[in-house]
Design a protein. Structure first.
Length: 208
């Protein structure tokens, strides 16, 4: 009977121990651990030290992928990728980085560690180009308007002045701009898909 009680006590202790080590935390506050963590370290005064090995010792180890050691010959951390030990301090595997200097310029670091500073582009200015031709004097532009009360089906209307450039004419029906074509130097015709109804307002604005 005593043997059975001892066995029960042993298995109970073993089960309790397995439950305890499902998540492990070492350090300052061992009472809290993240739900997704299997193992956590927490300390403000102590450091985690990897296995320290020589280069020869490291090469004799064939661990699982992701294993880490500190190579005391190279003074660097190495990671095992499943085939070889990779030096994590090797700059040749680093990528190009671009840092914003927050003054309009940027610093570019290449894979070999060389830095280049790109200046603030807003400060870059070329030489002043030659002056352009003088623009049209706004005071010389004049405008004429004519308002018609259309009859049903009317399509042709007389412009305020002779037409020199049809691009300087705008035609509106009841306040909405519509398309037209030029018939002669004083006549425009509404586009074929536009129908005038009795008492529609047709306004012609012409610049000259």
């Amino acid at each position: 009977m005593l043997i059975k009680k001892s066995q029960i006590a042993f298995y109970t202790l073993l089960l309790f121990t397995c439950t305890l080590i499902a998540q492990v935390k070492i350090g300052d506050d061992v009472s809290t651990i993240h739900d997704a963590s299997l193992f956590e370290l927490e300390s403000t005064s102590k450091a985690f030290v990897l296995t320290r090995v020589t280069n020869a010792q490291m090469l004799n180890i064939v661990p699982l992928s992701g294993a880490l050691v500190y190579n005391i010959d190279a003074n660097c951390v190495y990671a095992y990728d499943g085939n070889n030990w990779q030096n994590l301090c090797d700059n040749s595997s680093s990528s190009i980085s671009l840092i914003d200097n927050e003054d309009g310029s940027f610093t570019l670091t290449t894979t070999d560690g060389t830095n280049y500073t790109i200046p603030n582009f807003s400060d870059l200015q070329g030489e002043t180009g030659p002056p352009g031709p003088p623009g049209e004097d706004g005071s010389a532009v004049q405008q004429e308007q004519t308002l018609f009360v259309a009859s049903y089906g009317q399509t042709q209307f007389t412009t305020p002045v002779s037409i020199v450039d049809s691009k300087k004419i705008e035609v509106y029906r009841n306040g909405v701009r519509i398309e037209f074509i030029t018939i002669d130097e004083n006549t425009i015709e509404l586009a074929s898909d536009i129908i005038c109804y009795e008492d529609d307002n047709i306004r012609i604005v012409q610049l000259y």
